[in-house]
Ligand binder design. Structure first.
Ligand SMILES: Nc1ncnc2c1ncn2[C@@H]1O[C@H](COP(=O)(O)OP(=O)(O)OP(=O)(O)O)[C@@H](O)[C@H]1O
Ligand SMILES: [Mg+2]
Length: 329
């Protein structure tokens, strides 16, 4: 059974005028996989009375194909965000209208951004309050002791942390994507400079092996950089005193129909229960983690029509990779 929140753009303009009042609020349907409406709210009832109990019959001929594709897409979709949120949202907990997403019959079509934001906003306020308290304390201390040099690194690192939290939050917001066709190996080269600076500062050896590619992918470079920064930070934060020489390998490889970007670390890896929990929203094992990093990476890669993969051997290290499909040049 699927709950559909009606997507306004599928109605023709004239229909919109006629049903303006209905469309200004949520119209909810509960449908089966054939598109037969099992239940709906009051606003939905108005459409059912007029067009009958089949969801697809609501659409004028010229949008029928689009509507069918939409229905098929949400039936099949395994959108990572819905996967992430299916634990959190129950049928009763539907948020504000945004769009449709689905997962194997147990569908939730929700204003997930609203839901997520309400939740995240609380988290973010909470997360930002901690570094602010630390910064305030240290600045007060500087006032008493006049030892500015001593406290400056802590203050700066807390400010950096606040930037990270805000950056992540912004990426989850509705910022438009700026995709362009790019050679993936060129992308790798621009990522290397980013990775090497952080590795030098953290005394980690960085190796790389980038395969040349004639084909191109559609890439929003800023976002892919953000994925890399998140993955790199995870690797750096994972290293502990048991890791001998800390090493990170960055690999770019050509595969069938696409290009794979991999980041391999020789850190402690993950225990099975950590691996099982990855992908749950806000899951973290770190005292100061927000648990947004990987969810964000997965979302960005899904927006690129790519796939995301994590493998980890406890005690040996972790490999995180993502695959971006080639597009015609
Ligand atoms: N390379 C890695 N090696 C070991 N564990 C990892 C690695 N990458 C991720 N993890 C585990 O996955 C968890 C979730 O990572 P995620 O990036 O989503 O959140 P976080 O790093 O805890 O917080 P933040 O939102 O600040 O990134 C981490 O807390 C950590 O336990
Ligand atoms: Mg992280």
């Amino acid at each position: 059974m699927i709950i559909i929140i009606y997507r306004e753009s599928f109605l023709s303009v004239s229909e919109k005028d006629q049903f303006e009042e209905q469309l200004s609020v949520e119209i909810r349907f509960c449908i089966n996989s054939d598109g037969y409406i099992l239940e709906c709210n009051k606003k939905g009832q108005a459409l059912v009375e007029r067009y009958g109990p089949y969801f697809l019959h609501f659409f004028p001929d010229h949008t029928a194909c689009e509507a069918k594709d939409y229905l098929d897409a949400i039936m099949k979709s395994d959108d990572i965000v819905s996967a992430l949120l299916c634990d959190k949202l129950s049928d009763r907990d539907l948020g504000t209208l945004y769009n449709g997403i689905s997962k194997d019959g147990k569908i939730i079509l929700v204003g997930y951004r609203t839901q997520m934001f309400t939740h995240l906003a609380g988290e973010i306020v909470h997360e930002l309050r901690n570094p602010l308290t630390v910064i305030k304390g240290f600045i007060q201390l500087c006032g008493y002791t006049k030892e500015y040099d001593k406290y400056q690194p802590v203050i700066l690192s807390e400010i950096d942390r606040m930037y990270t939290i805000l950056e992540n939050f912004l990426t989850l917001s509705l910022r438009k994507s700026k995709c362009q066709r790019m050679n993936p190996d060129e992308v790798c080269k621009s990522l290397i400079s980013l990775l090497s600076a952080e590795c030098v500062v953290n005394k980690v050896r960085l190796d790389y092996d980038i395969a040349y590619s004639e084909s191109v992918c559609k890439i929003d470079l800023d976002k892919i950089k953000q994925v890399m920064i998140n993955l790199l930070r995870n690797a750096l934060e994972a290293f502990d005193e048991h890791t001998g020489e800390k090493k990170i390998m960055f690999r770019g490889s050509v595969e069938d129909n696409g290009y794979r970007f991999s980041l391999i670390d020789n850190g402690p890896g993950m225990e099975t229960d950590v691996l099982n929990n990855l992908g749950k929203p806000l899951f973290t094992t770190k005292a100061k983690g927000t648990g947004i990093g990987l969810s964000l990476c997965k979302k960005i890669i899904a927006d690129h029509q790519g796939t995301f993969c994590i493998s980890s051997v406890n005690g040996k290290g972790t490999t995180v990779s993502f695959f971006l499909p080639f597009v015609s040049p």
